[in-house]
Structures are given as structure tokens and as C-alpha cells.
Design a protein around this ligand. Structure first.
Ligand code: PLP
Length: 395
């Protein structure tokens, strides 16, 4: 007898992956230039040149045995120190290298943190719309997943609904800003109100409620939008960071967990993070790329193409009569479907070779996610297809 829940997870693809595979088949059949695949969040810009330089210099200058060997389980000390120095400089914090635990991307950061922070019977809250894997990760840790419905049209937090979801079993709250799939960035006012409620509830229930800030898109923001640095607002914060999007390195699997030094019993929590990493079989994050991200601390890819794509897409779609909020960050646009059933809307879009993801998967029914981490040319070429889709609803 095998684990039925794991069998189910493994035997059906997420609808994003399903669509991505469908796109590949359509591209083979009618030519890639005729398929407008907006399904997946794979960065479309190359890593900065410093990444390649770092790899080459490490490969030529460092002892190969040490370079490819195990590091300590929580990551190489010098790597964690370089990242810590950069974070302290950027956010006026006073962390030490021992607050950082290197991981294989944000997915590992989240699964490790959830395993470390929760026990059976605990509840973990998140806000719709959310990255669908949260449910998988929370349930795999043995906790109950609780969703606060989305606040329209701005996708900030609905605090009335949040207050109805929080209770003495709430052990953690996951936030993701800039957000996948809405592109919303929580304002300072939203963060302050969230932290005020959490502080009040911690006192009322007499135990910590951890704020897990999932931040793979921290650096991808537009104009003068500021992403508040959550540990500066709430003591019991654990940051789950990733280099997948900021440095365009999703396939290299690199990120970290930051246990704020202000977390209650921070050393114990950090030890539990190390224990969870051990229990889940993460021996250490990939050694070569630990060294690479340390050398590139604070850098990003050239993110300007995402700003250009956002403007082009937003202008084009609103001119065609579609409704959406202009994203402040990440590289997703959450479009209101032209009919109640977003799945049916996405099926109609497929007729014009537009591959859009129904919002239902993100607990955002009635919306579709458009990933604009694609070439600008793809967006330009897709506009007539969007026009045909819009026309279908004018009939
Ligand atoms: N969290 C969010 C909100 C994401 O969008 C993603 C990936 O798209 C992840 C976590 C996982 O990131 P990683 O590739 O670093 O594991």
C-alpha cells in the first residue's frame, strides 16, 4: 500500500503545468510564433553577467573538491555572512549569518519552515489569491490550511474576513507580496494593520503566531512602489526568499530562510528549521550556487523588460475593454474573465492560441492569470488574438 495522497499529487499535473505542456504540443503543431503562452512564471530575462563571471571564476580559481563538496547543512558560513551583510545594509537590520539557512529555492524554504513551525492540529492562514502549492506544502506538514477570501478589486487584505479566520489554533500566516497571481504589493498600511492584529492575537492566545513572508518577487516592483521589509514590522517573522526570479535562476534551486533575530526563542526556532531540513532530507543547498549568489548578493537581472511588458499588456487589454488592476509587482496580471466561469473563458481563449490560467487554482474565481515574463514581441503579436477574444463577448 502506498500513500494515496502522494499518489494523487503525483499523478495529476497542476493546471499551469498542464497548459504549459499543451502549449509545447501546439507549438510543435503550428509553430511557436503562433502560440501565445502566458501560462508559466519562468523568467524571460537572462541572469546578470555577474552570475556567469562568478561561475567561471569559481570553477577556475577554487579547489574543485571544496567547491563541489558538502557545505554545512544550513549553508556555507561565508555565503550566509555575505547575504546577511547585504540584507542588513538594504533594510537597516542587525541580523547575523546564523539567522540564515540556505535552501533549494522558496519551495524548500516554505516546506522546511512549515515543518519546523507547526504541529498536528495547527492552522496556517493565507490570503486569496495565492500560489497553489501553499495548500500542498501546509497539508504535507500536517497542518490545516485556511484561506481568507480575496478582497476586490485591489487584492489587499480583507481584515474583517481575516479576523473571522484567526483563532487559538492559528500558528502561522503566509503572505506573498509582490503577489503571484495578482501582481499586488501590500501597502505599508496593510502590513501595519496585519501586524497589529497578529500582535493582539499573540497576546490573547499566549503563543507566537509566525508571519511567513514568501518573497520570491521582492525586487520586481514598478515605479516608486516600496515593498515594506516585514521583519521591521513584526518580530515573529520568518522570510522565505528565492533567487529564482530576481536573478533568473529558477532551475538552479537557490534561496534561504531568514529567522529574524527578534523571533521569540529565535535560536530554538532556527534549530527547528535545521531539524526540519534534516527530516526532509535537504543535506545542504547546492554548493556551487551558494557561492554564486553570495558573489552576486544584492544584484538582479535587468528587470526593465517586465515593466515594459506590464505597460504594454495593461494598456492593450484595457483598451480592448478588459478589466484588471495595474500590477505593482511580480510579472503577473490578474484579468477579470469576461464570463463568470474563468475555466470556460480560458477554453475560449485557447481557440485563439492564448494560453491563460484560470484563477480558480489560485482561489481567485472569475479571474485569469497572465504571466508576462515573455518576450515583448509575444505580447505585441498576441494583441489581435486578445481582440478576437474580446469581440466574441460583444456578439
Ligand atoms: N512562492 C511563490 C509565490 C512563487 O510564485 C513560487 C514560484 O513561482 C515559489 C514560491 C517557488 O519558488 P522557487 O522556484 O524558488 O522554489
Amino acid at each position: 500500500m502506498i500513500a494515496k495522497d502522494m499518489y494523487e499529487l503525483g499523478s495529476k499535473r497542476s493546471s499551469i503545468r498542464e497548459l504549459f505542456e499543451y502549449g509545447k504540443k501546439r507549438a510543435a503543431a503550428i509553430g511557436a510564433e503562433n502560440v501565445f503562452d502566458f501560462s508559466i512564471g519562468n523568467p524571460s530575462v537572462a541572469p546578470p553577467p555577474e552570475v556567469k563571471e562568478a561561475i567561471l571564476s569559481l570553477l577556475t580559481e577554487k579547489d574543485a573538491v571544496a567547491l563541489h563538496g558538502y557545505t554545512s547543512a544550513q549553508g556555507d558560513y561565508a555565503v550566509r555572512k555575505a547575504i546577511c551583510d547585504d540584507v542588513n545594509k538594504r533594510f537597516a537590520t542587525d541580523f547575523t549569518a546564523d539567522c540564515f539557512y540556505m535552501t533549494a529555492g522558496a519551495a524548500a524554504s516554505l516546506t522546511i519552515s512549515l515543518k519546523a513551525l507547526t504541529v498536528a492540529g495547527d492552522e496556517v492562514i493565507t490570503f486569496a489569491p495565492f500560489f497553489p502549492e501553499y495548500r500542498v506544502f501546509v497539508e504535507a506538514a500536517g497542518a490545516k490550511f485556511v484561506v481568507v477570501p480575496m478582497r476586490e478589486p485591489d487584492f489587499q487584505i480583507d481584515f474583517v474576513q481575516f479576523q473571522q479566520c484567526i483563532n487559538e489554533h492559528t500558528k502561522a500566516v503566509i503572505i506573498n507580496s509582490p503577489n503571484n497571481p495578482s501582481g499586488a504589493v501590500y501597502t505599508e498600511k496593510t502590513i501595519c494593520e496585519l501586524c497589529r492584529i497578529l500582535q493582539e492575537k499573540e497576546k490573547e492566545y499566549g503563543h507566537p503566531i509566525y508571519l511567513i513572508s514568501d518573497e520570491p518577487y521582492r525586487e520586481i516592483v514598478y515605479g516608486d512602489v516600496v515593498v515594506p521589509y516585514v521583519p521591521n514590522y513584526y518580530d515573529d517573522t520568518v522570510v522565505c526568499y528565492s533567487y529564482s526570479k530576481s536573478l533568473s535562476l529558477p532551475g538552479e534551486r537557490m534561496g534561504y530562510i531568514l529567522v529574524s533575530n527578534k523571533v521569540q526563542n529565535a535560536q530554538e526556532v532556527y534549530a527547528a528549521v535545521c531539524g526540519a531540513g534534516r527530516a526532509l532530507g535537504y543535506v545542504c543547498a547546492p554548493s556551487l550556487f551558494q557561492m554564486v549568489v553570495a558573489k552576486c548578493a544584492g544584484m538582479t537581472s535587468d528587470l526593465s523588460v517586465y515593466a515594459k511588458n506590464r505597460d504594454l499588456l495593461y494598456r492593450g487589454l484595457t483598451e480592448l475593454g478588459f478589466t484588471c488592476v495595474k500590477p505593482d509587482g511580480a510579472f503577473y496580471l490578474f484579468l477579470k474573465a469576461k464570463e463568470k466561469d474563468a475555466v470556460a473563458f480560458c477554453e475560449k481563449a485557447k481557440k485563439y492560441e492564448l494560453l491563460l490560467v484560470p484563477g480558480d487554482d489560485f482561489a481567485g474565481p472569475g479571474y485569469v492569470r497572465i504571466s508576462y515574463c515573455v518576450s515583448t514581441e509575444q505580447i505585441e503579436r498576441a494583441m489581435p488574438a486578445f481582440a478576437k477574444l474580446a469581440a466574441e463577448y460583444k456578439k
